[in-house]
Design a protein around this ligand. Sequence first.
Ligand code: PLP
Ligand code: ZN
Length: 416
Amino acid sequence: MEHYLECINCGAKYDSRETIYVCGRCGDLLDIKYNYREFKDLTESWLNTPLSVWKYKELLPLGRTSNIISLGEGGTNLLECSRLGTTLKLKHLHMKNEGENPTGSFKDRGMTVGVSKAVELGAKIVACASTGNTSASLAAYAAKAGLQSIVLIPSGKIALGKLTQAIVHGARIVQVKGNFDDALQTVFNFTNYHKDIYLLNSINPYRIEGQKTLAYEVYDQLGYEAPDNVILPVGNAGNISAIWKGFKELHILGLIRQLPRMIGIQAENAAPIANAFKLKKRDIKAVTAPETIATAIRIGSPVSWKKALNAVYESQGLMETVTDTEILDAQRQLARLEGLFIEPASAASIAGLKKIVDMGLIGRDEETVCIATGHGLKDPDTIIKSYNINLTEINPMEESIDEALGLKQVMVVKSN
Ligand SMILES: *Cc1c(COP(=O)(O)O)cnc(C)c1O
Ligand SMILES: [Zn+2]
């Protein structure tokens, strides 16, 4: 779709054929702009097309569909969570299960667009800094496109599942001393003097653009309506900004009347945006040593903070914080009640939802969509450590199984 780039601060405009990540004039973030008046009504053609990111290609910024690099991303289930809903006294609670994406997180929605753009620009190497899921996704899409990927990871704990993915897909991996924010600064400088290496962090507006399709799918899955509330974990804040953009576009195109409230959840010790929101401020104070077990949102200086605050204020939404204990409890509860195993960062949204419901900020009859951002198997060791597991070994074919399970009597299973 025909488009150009525009600075969110000074309004400077840039051509879509330029390789540019931030405004050349003031350094602020760029946004992708379209002429929405040129859209014809697509709802008819959407009716018979299965859900996927590229179902909405007319609303995505790619010149030629022949450049599309796809692994079948998007089209994730919107699961009704009636058991969790009952516990929380919510009648309409849904979970968008982004762990179903090809590499197990929503990052694939952005990466399919970002890597396709890299191909369109003729790049041969792509790079990112990442706490895990971005590198897993970048490495997979780069492999599919036949590009080399370079991944910078911060010091400290990286979820083993995510790192394994990057390694298996052939990424060249460098660890940077410091936290994610240091790694991002490093890769930003690196791609600034290696102009031929395309940067695919969420500072890149093309990546974020793919993520807005999550909003289109929710609209589709709820029977062509927006929910009352969308609640999700916030790290670099690209996703909350992208989803808000998606809903706003549906509104501009006349497809929905009501916009959802955007509710962002951060981990208590990595919460620069939530802190700003609570002080009713328009700018953030970076957190210098962010800490949380939810590594995907362990970010002290979020790239898209300005877009995110805007989304929250504009939608009359809110931001809240949760502790690591609350995150682990929520993760366990969702696994037990709904059969959904999501990673700690994703569980932050459930933990936040509980808090917000307790504060009376979500009505019993409202439709709430929670974004389960990534799959639980990405990071099993954090979880297994929070359980006290003692496996008892028994002899085969002996009745000691009753003893092992603590059963007093042999259970009689009746066959009807
Ligand atoms: C990247 C990520 C987030 C945070 O998304 P942002 O766009 O950085 O706010 C949350 N959960 C998971 C699983 C992620 O991979
Ligand atoms: Zn500018």
